[in-house]
Design a protein around this ligand. Structure first.
Ligand code: ADP
Length: 209
């Protein structure tokens, strides 16, 4: 179960200063007792807090890791994705390398004239294409890219955990976030290992690092 900000605040307060009465908790939050009654009921029913008559609330010892894993399961690709950088199939390897530097990304997505996703270019794809090749201005990226149907992708609605699992399983650094249109698959975002790290860090927001 996902706790809201106020419930997490109450939990922290009780952990540190319990036993503490409902009135005292409300007073510290500058709220009236009635406002926090549902929060206290949720925290008690979910096993985070125990209540004793005339003593107050105290921490029941439920590990916060449980709520962290609950939080992880609610994270969606759409909440953490970045803007994709796309190039056309006819762009030269040389220009793609310039693009990668200018846009400061590790992966470029390749699209055809109808903006349909056709390929992926990684740093090492481009590096490999330059080895022993002096004419990178003349080689179009569609010759060297990883192409459909071998591209692994995800959608905005997918759980972030699914995207993380795909990146590990396929040993790749990023996934295009796509949407299906009448003409084919279009790129609307990208998910990278950096996005996954940011999501991981967001789980620690309520904790001191
Ligand atoms: P690098 O090649 O710089 O280590 P990656 O690990 O992301 O970067 O890429 C490894 C290989 O997998 C490359 O050949 C690349 O074209 C391909 N690749 C990268 N992303 C995808 C993807 N989403 N789907 C399919 N292949 C991909």
């Amino acid at each position: 179960m996902e706790l809201n900000k106020r419930q997490l605040d109450i939990l922290e307060m009780v952990k540190e200063d319990g036993p503490i009465t409902g009135e005292q908790i409300a007073e510290r939050l500058s709220l009236v007792r009635a406002t926090i009654r549902p929060d206290l009921a949720i925290l008690t029913m979910a096993g985070y807090l125990d209540a004793r008559p005339r003593v107050g609330y105290f921490y029941a010892g439920k590990q916060p890791t449980q709520s962290i894993s609950d939080n992880m399961n609610t994270m969606k690709v759409g909440d953490f994705q970045s803007i994709p950088v796309v190039v056309s199939e006819s762009l030269s390897v040389y220009d793609a390398i310039c693009h990668m530097f200018l846009e400061d990304v590790g992966t470029l997505f390749v699209v055809n004239k109808s903006t349909v996703l056709t390929g992926v270019l990684s740093r090492k794809d481009l590096l490999r294409a330059t080895m022993g090749n002096q004419e990178t201005e003349k080689v179009p990226v569609h010759i060297i890219m990883t192409r459909m149907p071998n591209i692994t992708y995800c959608t905005k609605q997918d759980p972030l955990l699914k995207a993380a699992k795909l990146m590990i399983e396929k040993q790749i650094d990023s996934l295009p976030v796509i949407q299906e249109t009448k003409t084919g698959i279009e790129v609307v975002g990208r998910i990278t290992k950096t996005n996954i790290t940011a999501a991981f860090l967001s789980l620690a927001d309520d904790h001191e690092l």
